[in-house]
Write a protein of this length. Structure first.
Length: 119
């Protein structure tokens, strides 16, 4: 059964790619084209009903950048459900706040690089 990039979610993925947040755009400039230790990243990659901010297929690693909309209990519960679904699909999830990307991008990239090879 197919769970990656479901055709029914294609327009949503395209819209999200065309409208990256400032932090997503900044992060993308540093990981696109295999810039981070030669790993390929995809942006706005679909897995089941979810669209991941960034996905490294060789590492089965999702990178989520969270803004203020994730700061309340209901959103955090949705994030927990999403993470559980992704774990069942064999995907590890690492989350960062947008502030981390703006203020400490090198630290964010270093933490992601430390996740490599830990399948």
């Amino acid at each position: 059964m197919r769970i990656n990039n479901l055709p029914s979610r294609k327009e949503l993925r395209q819209s999200l790619r065309a409208n990256l947040t400032r932090e997503e755009a900044l992060f993308w400039t540093h990981v696109r084209g295999r810039q981070l230790q030669g790993r390929k990243f995809r942006r706005q990659h679909g897995v089941g009903p979810y669209v991941l901010d960034f996905y490294c297929p060789s590492e089965k690693l999702a990178v989520e950048l969270d803004g203020a909309s994730h700061d309340h209990d209901a959103a955090q519960r949705r994030d927990e459900i999403r993470t559980a679904f992704l774990r069942k699909a064999g995907i590890r999830v690492v989350r960062f706040e947008n502030r981390d990307v703006r203020e400490n991008l090198e630290g964010v990239l270093a933490k992601i690089a430390r996740c490599f090879g830990k399948l």
